[in-house]
Design a protein around this ligand. Sequence first.
Ligand code: SAH
Ligand code: SF4
Ligand code: F3S
Length: 502
Amino acid sequence: MSEDQKEVKQEKDYSKYFQSTFKAPSLKEARRRRKNTIQYLNDFSIPEDMKTIGQGKQFMIQTYGCQMNEHDTEVMAGILSEMGYTATEDPEVADVILLNTCAIRENAENRVFGEIGHLKTMKRERPDFILGICGCMAQEESVINTILQKHPQVDLIFGTHNIHRLPQLLKEALFSKEMVMEVWSKEGDIVENLPKVRNGNIRGWVNIMYGCDKFCTYCIVPYTRGKERSRHPKEIIEEVRSLARQGYKEITLLGQNVNAYGKDLKELENYGLGDLMDEIRKIDIPRIRFTTSHPRDFDDHLIEVLAKGGNLVEHIHLPVQSGNSDILKIMGRSYTRERYLDLFHKIKNAIPHASFTTDIIVGFPNETDEQFEDTMSLVKECEFDGAYTFIYSPRAGTPAAKMEDNIPMEVKKERLQRLNKLVNEFALKKNSQLYGEVVEVLVEGTSKKNSDVLSGHTRTNKVVNFRGPKSLIGELVNVRITETKTWSLTGEMVKEASVISE
Ligand code: SAH
Ligand code: SF4
Ligand code: F3S
């Protein structure tokens, strides 16, 4: 784009485009949940005139946020590859750069704005590459307004429901002089036959459902990802089988709230995650994980099925958010401290070797010291193997963002530090219990710090480093733990076949 064109973009009155050319996001629209409007599409194909559009060109996708986003990136990489593009990790040579963004907290968004600013400079030197913004931030009105006002160099914006439209949108961006924007604020559809270029061939992600209907009062996801909608079990099982045939060793089933799986599948009465897991465990693949669980819908049947073990691994990520029932209530989590603890102990009794991790928010509006202490005492009772901890971040458009908050940031930071210290103590304690034990490790690659060292995860999702030949990458290996740290374990390969004592 020339300087002149950039000027033109800056001077445009974009409000007019919202009425005609552009489809901009609306959180209000996104909040609406209509009945029976989900479409199951199976007719994705790249239009003839776009099949070679990327020949000799390269793309780069930078991904932020959760596994759902990582997996969407695999789909976009699949689509771009079918258009002839090849992948690069070097932004200097990329013809298309997409930022697949996350809106969960303000700092996630700031990182993306920082990157856009950085790429703007590159755009001045190399105006012809296409800069696209997609993912959850693209679903937010405030973000779009900021981009229009401050970052007119962006060529393309599309939302989480528009990924299958990438060929058409990219074509428009390549030939139009204006910013191309298409964001649908709707329940969402399910598009089944999208191509994927997966990251690696050892561990694979499989979506089992999309969206979230829980509307926790602090959370933006139900607005950016649409309504809870489940894929049909047949499609999921076929995808897992196909990955098993290709030699994948581990599958992670994905959804924002996987325990709500099946509720919307009217044609299958009472079919839930437990039923799905019971079918998937019969597939010949060593490991099956799932994420993320919501305590509300974690039912007895699922616990019963998980307790059968086999390829269903012993790791439960069960976000609690707070240990205080009043805070949980204002968060809209629909369980109390007591119900969480009951569920926690029920699962623990059924699967004694399970590891547990959680998510915790500190500094929710007006959280008192006593309420925070309830979170600390819950962590002490559960002795989590690990926890993702966050300071509450107000998200425009959510109910919590409207709550007045009298707690100073200093206090919140102090609480986070104390919580992290406690979480780390338990992480170390849990890891120390594995000293001298033999664990099964899926070798995923070499250690980031030392390329002579192999690295992988246990069934309980702990990182293990040990020395061994690179030929073991992709294999399941028994390792005796010789050193335990807070976030990882070190060990030695056990030559003889031995019982996994994890
Ligand atoms: N669906 C998952 C979580 C998805 S988001 C669940 O319900 O558990 C991942 C984590 O980000 C959440 O568990 C929560 O701890 C955190 N989070 C979400 N919104 C947040 C906000 N506004 N501020 C701070 N943390 C937030
Ligand atoms: Fe957000 Fe709650 Fe849905 Fe999780 S369950 S994605 S925290 S609204
Ligand atoms: Fe972020 Fe969207 Fe995932 S907001 S956490 S990328 S669903």
